[in-house]
Design a protein around this ligand. Structure first.
Ligand code: NIG
Ligand code: FE
Length: 382
């Protein structure tokens, strides 16, 4: 096994990287030395797409899907996202924090040092703000880096089913100003897909969100091709996420506009959807990121290592491509590639050590967690 003679010196940020033999010149008495001989040091994963603050369980719907019901059928009956919405509307902020805290802690223990979390299970003004309040408290109190996204346009709630545009009015006129005032969300995301929001409705939300200073994301091409990726390209969204049904047309539009293609192979696995065409995206020069999509319905995992395995086995990605997609390109999907996502001098010291001799083992030996140590901003957290 090839051994690298490498050392990394950091406080909050990375100060120096080089051969161990040259590190003594950079050491002083107050430097703590961690011997990682035989281990693998990598940048923390940047999980740029999750819905990990919610309430309730959808294990019953999971069983129904295994027996043949589709995600879209369950959603059309008022289940799916709306099942979680009912539980969230009943939940207080503390219980929302508890759910998010447990998942975030587990994500960190599996190597994710930055995690984006979306609202979108409240679907009324107060419940969306409560979800964002929970996300904000995790942002301030949890050891992981937490990035907030407002996703009021995740589904049309039952009280507006007859007139979805009236709900879009509420998102634009009532939610967005309060979301801005609250200050937790950096991004606005919309579920632009068959049975959810049309391109026209999505554009209204996204253009208003931009006016309020939020950067834009889209759930695109997951269920059907209705023009979501082209909209993302036209609006200059920072990322378009899912892309299970995207064709070469969508891929080229996203590439040409510099939109990060965030792929969520755990969702394709769970919903038995076709996997996104990662190979074409990469070969055509698009920027591909990987994320969990951690949520109670379409993909219940917070473990990025599993996502890398799925990406390599089912989307034709190499181990090296999957690691870049899960770190630096995830950071790009959050506008953070200058600060996190790689081990470079000047970036935050978000460092994960695995008790395996090669980065290849992290993907190769799937289903086991070899995380041995985690530092976020230079602080050891696990
Ligand atoms: O990313 N696609 C839309 N939203 C989530 C699913 C949320 C849910 O089913 O609870 C997703 O897959
Ligand atoms: Fe999602």
């Amino acid at each position: 096994m090839q051994q690298f003679d490498a050392a990394i010196l950091f406080d909050v940020r990375i100060l120096w990287i080089g051969p161990t033999s040259e590190s003594s010149a950079h050491l002083s008495d107050d430097v703590e030395v961690v011997d990682c001989t035989g281990k693998t040091v990598m940048p923390g994963f940047v999980d740029s797409h999750t819905h990990m603050v919610f309430a309730g369980s959808r294990s019953g719907e999971f069983s129904r899907r295994l027996a043949g019901a589709s995600y879209a059928e369950i959603a059309a009956e008022g289940g799916g996202i709306l099942t979680t919405m009912r539980a969230v509307r009943e939940a207080d902020v503390e219980s929302l924090i508890d759910v998010g805290d447990a998942l975030l802690t587990s994500a960190l223990q599996h190597g994710s040092t930055t995690v984006e979390i979306k609202s979108g299970y409240g679907l009324d003004v107060e419940s969306e703000l409560r979800l964002l309040d929970a996300i904000g408290q995790l942002q301030r109190g949890h050891e992981a880096r937490v990035i907030g996204t407002f996703m009021g346009a995740h589904a049309v709630p039952p009280e507006h089913r007859a007139n979805p545009d009236a709900y879009v009015d509420i998102v634009v006129n009532e939610m967005l100003p309060r979301v801005r005032e609250q200050g937790v969300a950096s991004f606005c995301d919309v579920f632009t897909d068959a049975g959810f929001f049309t391109v026209e409705q999505s554009e209204r939300v996204l253009l208003a969100a931009r006016e309020h200073g939020l950067r834009l994301k889209v759930h695109a091409d997951e269920i059907a091709l209705i023009g979501a990726s082209h909209m993302a390209a036209n609006l200059g969204c920072i990322s378009a996420d899912h892309l299970e049904h995207s064709t070469i047309d969508e891929i080229k539009a996203l590439r040409d506009a510099g939109v990060v293609c965030t792929l969520l192979p755990g969702t394709a696995y769970t919903l038995r959807l076709p996997y996104p065409d990662a190979r074409t995206m990469i070969d055509e020069g698009a920027i591909v990121a990987l994320a969990t999509d951690c949520n109670p319905g379409s993909c219940f995992t917070e473990n990025m290592q599993t996502i890398l395995s799925l990406a390599c086995i089912n989307m034709g990605m190499s181990i090296e491509e999957s690691i870049v997609a899960a770190t630096l390109n995830g950071a790009a999907a959050l506008g953070l590639s200058g600060h996190v996502g790689s081990l470079e001098i000047g970036k935050f010291a978000d460092v994960v050590v695995y008790d395996v001799p090669s980065y290849k083992d992290v993907v190769y030996h799937f289903g086991s967690n070899y995380v041995w140590g985690v530092w976020v901003g230079g602080v050891e957290v696990s």
